[in-house]
Design a protein around this ligand. Structure first.
Ligand code: AMP
Ligand code: TRP
Length: 339
């Protein structure tokens, strides 16, 4: 295996609604850092998005938005490959092959499926159920070894490794001849899990019906201030020790967000605000969020209006992604004995 292949990064974001600071801190901000060190591929995973209903009139807009968010956050299309999943048919082809490798018992353990399907289990799409196999396909199609994602995706990385290992075993490709490398998650501890501003036990999510739960890329400064002012907390004073945070999910989340944006350690943030008023903390929190998100928002809005530019980036990215994935899908088919 060559060095270049060893150090390949792959990650993806679904074009399923408004991007927020959870996506930014848990994923996209980390992409910006890794693009300088690794051969990096950042995908807009539209085939994943349609596992739940997406309005066809809006899906195209959402794809453009993710591309704009990637670039506005600092991903450089000359360094990294940015492309749309459905433009490379090999993602779906490999996903089918992996459907035949992956086991129902493994899928039945997936907590994201259980959460998303809820009580409606019999009525959700089959796509939602086999979603982890498609995600495994995305990663394995590029022989990626490192996958920067938020904490919620850890289990999907584990099943990806299981699928890769079973494929290698089933087709006699173990040890030094291992065909699929086993990918590792890259999870930054500080903001790998940003919670809802209204409920510290729930993940900040694009699909939450209330916009007050999340700070979006397109939020103007005064809206950010309003959302932080209304963010749920508890009646206790600002914490004086890290261990208090375990019992106080809402303030824990706000301190995490502060720490992630300011670069200060959790302990430092606690020391800084101990004995101070909550309103003072919230006001400083607004400053650190706005300080980073404002320039990103300007660029994001500018880019969204330049669709010709974004479509060219995505087209060039598709060509680069195809060049990387063509030899791998061809080899998979030959290993399996297809065609
Ligand atoms: P998605 O919005 O599901 O397409 O997620 C895109 C990326 O953002 C994935 O790496 C997720 O793990 C990450 N992500 C989504 N929501 C959050 C959150 N609330 N906190 C941290 N990371 C998140
Ligand atoms: N499942 C990921 C999410 O919801 C998105 C995703 C799809 C992904 N394919 C991927 C992430 C491959 C990393 C690598 O956040």
């Amino acid at each position: 295996m060559t060095n270049e292949i060893k150090e390949r990064v792959f990650s993806g974001v679904q074009p399923s609604g408004s991007l927020h600071i959870g996506n930014y801190l848990g994923a996209i901000k980390n992409f910006v850092e890794v693009q300088n060190k690794f051969d990096s591929i950042f995908c807009i995973v539209d085939l994943h998005a349609i596992t739940v209903w997406q309005d066809p009139e809006i899906l195209g807009e959402n794809i453009i938005e993710v591309a704009a968010a990637y670039i506005a956050s600092g991903i450089d299309p000359d360094k990294a490959t940015i492309f749309v999943q459905s433009q490379i048919p090999a993602h779906a082809e490999l996903a089918w092959i992996l459907n035949c490798v992956s086991r129902i018992g493994w899928l039945n353990r997936m907590t994201q499926f259980k959460e998303k399907a809820g009580k409606n289990r019999e009525k959700v799409s089959v796509g939602l159920y086999v979603y982890p196999n498609l995600m495994a396909s995305d990663i394995l199609l590029y022989h990626a070894n490192l996958v920067p994602v938020g904490d919620d995706q850890k289990q999907h990385l584990e099943i990806t490794r299981d699928i890769a290992q079973k494929f290698n075993n089933d087709f006699g490709r173990v040890n030094e001849n291992e065909f699929f490398p086993l990918p590792e998650p890259m999870i930054l501890p500080v903001a790998s899990r940003v919670m809802s501003l209204r409920d510290g036990e729930k993940k900040m999510s694009k699909s939450d019906s209330s916009e007050m739960t999340r700070i979006e890329f397109s939020d103007e400064n005064d809206l950010i201030v309003k959302k932080i002012a209304k963010a749920k907390t508890d009646p206790l004073p600002m914490p004086s020790a890290i261990k208090e945070l375990n019992e106080r999910p809402e303030i824990n989340n706000l301190i995490n967000i502060y720490s992630a944006f300011s670069g200060e350690k959790i302990e430092e943030v606690i020391n800084k605000f101990e004995g101070k008023k909550l309103s003072e903390f919230k006001s400083d929190l607004c400053d650190v969020v706005i300080n980073e998100m404002e320039p990103i928002r300007f660029r994001f809005k500018e880019l969204k209006n330049d669709k010709t530019y974004l479509k060219k980036i995505l087209h060039d990215g598709m060509l680069k992604a195809k060049e990387k994935s063509d030899p791998i899908i061809n080899e998979v088919k030959s290993i399996v004995g297809l065609g």
